[in-house]
Design a protein around this ligand. Structure first.
Ligand SMILES: Cc1cc2nc3c(=O)[nH]c(=O)nc-3n(C[C@H](O)[C@H](O)[C@H](O)COP(=O)(O)OP(=O)(O)OC[C@H]3O[C@@H](n4cnc5c(N)ncnc54)[C@H](O)[C@@H]3O)c2cc1C
Length: 408
């Protein structure tokens, strides 16, 4: 019997969840607070565990102008010497898929298109903020005072989720982690010295690069750089310690100040950035619960992460895609029990990936691992090297997992 489902939020998690639930034959309404969601924040890495779900849902990677990375390099940001270089040509065999990048707006548009393609497309209510949720009764109340009921409520309302308090029973918003992130795009055609850069950094531009500040004792400051939108744009994410944030300057000046000691070629490129956004990076500990009654938290509402493993959106896509399979045959009266089963099924993976997100790629050493101790994790289950980490994070087919559970 089709379920009536409400999805709160039309971000990456909400649209993926709506698509998978529509494709499973359920009737889905999405309530989104903005009048139209324009995905901000430039691009992101699409990793095999997320991409496998998108493929299953019929996502058109070409239409979304997704790019494969040929290499993953760490480079000394000061003198451009190569520190590590990983050839990603065999990544599909090893880890189940490519490391790819996508402009957020392209990902979002394609997800929106998919959510409208099912025989019973999702109904999208824009400009419809939810004021409160009742998890036990399966009700949402809009700011307008309208009340809607559902068999299942998927809460994908992001890091500032209001649904989270209802699930936890107390207010527990994520807090600032002590790092800030710049995000910006530069049109590839604007970078006049690209050939020079290519010569200096073999593999650039069709690879992902991390320019590390080798002088930064805390090893925090770095610049991630990869292309997106079919190669038309170069995407940059710059991380720096909040303690070194310069007060009362505009974002572009802040960027140039934070990376002024980087190689002159890099600084020259950073000068081309004209629309620079800055975000405090948020974090929290794993939540004591991700579900209650008829409500499931997904995406940043459930697990706000640091961006070091590029898993925030990928994990959101993974769990959102799973919803359709998991609830395919569930009856309305059984939903609270199925919601609890969903949590048991997902919990360990969420906790592990969330804690790993504190650790940068290649830093899977003993010191860093002390950070990922947690009551719920057996140390034997925690990946012990970069290779093991990719096997755990990337090589994960959520549909195989649910099949093992005997629900397909
Ligand atoms: C610097 C940086 C780099 C990153 N890089 C990567 C990467 O490479 N790979 C990766 O996988 N992840 C990455 N992430 C993480 C990723 O951006 C997030 O995990 C992902 O965007 C979360 O999607 P979401 O749909 O859960 O939340 P959001 O995108 O925040 O969407 C929430 C939606 O809910 C709506 N909403 C909020 N409140 C209400 C309400 N009351 N009623 C109705 N609607 C509401 C909002 O308007 C919004 O549309 C990065 C994050 C940062 C900060």
């Amino acid at each position: 019997m089709p379920l009536n489902v409400i999805v709160v939020g039309a971000g990456i998690a909400g649209l993926t969840a709506a698509t998978s639930l529509c494709q499973a034959g359920h009737s889905v309404q999405i309530f989104e607070k903005s009048s139209f969601k324009t995905e901000v924040g430039a691009a992101l890495n699409l990793l095999p565990n997320g991409a496998i779900v998108l493929k299953h849902l019929g996502f058109d990677f070409k239409r979304a102008l997704v790019r494969h990375h040929a290499t993953l390099q760490t480079i000394n940001g000061i003198d451009l010497a190569s520190l590590t270089r990983i050839d990603l040509s065999d990544v599909e065999d090893k880890y189940g898929g490519h490391m790819q990048s996508v402009l957020r707006a392209d990902l979002h548009s394609e997800l929106l298109r998919l959510s409208q393609l099912a025989p019973n497309p999702a109904t999208l209510h824009l400009g419809s903020p939810i004021r409160s949720v009742n998890a036990v009764e399966g009700k949402v109340e809009l700011e307008s005072g309208e009340i809607h009921t559902a068999d299942l409520i998927v809460a994908a309302d992001g890091a500032k989720s209001i649904c989270r308090s209802e699930v936890l029973g107390f207010h527990y918003p994520p807090v600032e982690s002590g790092n800030y992130a710049f995000r910006f795009l530069i049109p590839t055609s604007d970078i006049k010295n690209l050939d020079e850069i290519r010569e200096m950094i073999p593999g650039k531009l069709h690879g992902a690069s991390i320019f590390a500040d080798v002088n930064d004792k805390a090893k925090t400051r770095h610049l991630a750089w990869y292309e997106c939108h079919g190669g038309e744009f170069q995407n940059f994410v710059g991380i720096y310690p909040a303690a070194q944030h310069v007060q009362d300057v505009d974002n572009r000046s802040q960027l140039l100040s934070q990376f002024k000691h980087f190689h002159p070629r890099i600084v020259e490129i950073l000068r081309l950035a004209d629309d620079v956004k800055v975000w405090p990076l948020l974090f929290d500990d794993p939540l004591p619960r991700y579900t209650r009654g008829r409500v499931i938290l997904i995406g940043d509402a459930a697990h706000t992460m640091l961006p070091f493993s590029g898993q925030g959106a990928n994990l959101a896509i993974e769990e959102s895609g799973l919803l359709g399979e998991f609830f395919k045959h569930a009856e309305p009266a059984e939903i609270p029990a199925w919601v609890q089963r969903f949590e048991s099924f997902r919990r360990k993976r969420i906790v592990t990936i969330k804690l790993l997100s504190r650790i940068r790629f290649g830093k899977e050493n003993d010191a860093a691992y002390s950070l990922i101790e947690h009551d719920e994790l057996d140390s034997a289950d925690v990946p012990r090297s970069f290779h093991e980490r990719l096997l755990y994070e990337w090589k994960h087919d959520v549909y195989d997992e649910v099949e093992k559970l005997g629900r397909r």
